[in-house]
Ligand binder design. Structure first.
Ligand SMILES: [Zn+2]
Length: 75
């Protein structure tokens, strides 16, 4: 009792990771949700936001990194 090692505030921030300072309307229920939310907090529908980096971008990043490593090891 009194040994409150569990920080609820910290856990909530880590688990959510949502930016409530910027909100966009949910495409399903039109309620304001954090712009970086992957799921609507109200209707539970999956939300895709344009701010989310696309897989294609990571392919390019990977190719560039591999190219740099290749040049480094080559000469
Ligand atoms: Zn919604």
């Amino acid at each position: 009792m009194g040994q409150a090692k569990f920080n609820f505030k910290e856990v909530t921030e880590q688990e959510e990771g949502l930016d409530f300072s910027k909100k966009v309307p949910c495409p399903h229920c039109k309620k304001p949700i954090p712009y970086n939310a992957t799921m609507c907090l109200y209707c539970g529908e999956t939300v895709t936001t344009p701010t989310k980096p696309s897989p294609f971008m990571w392919v390019i990043v990977g190719v560039v990194i591999i190219g740099i490593l290749f040049m480094l090891f080559k000469g």
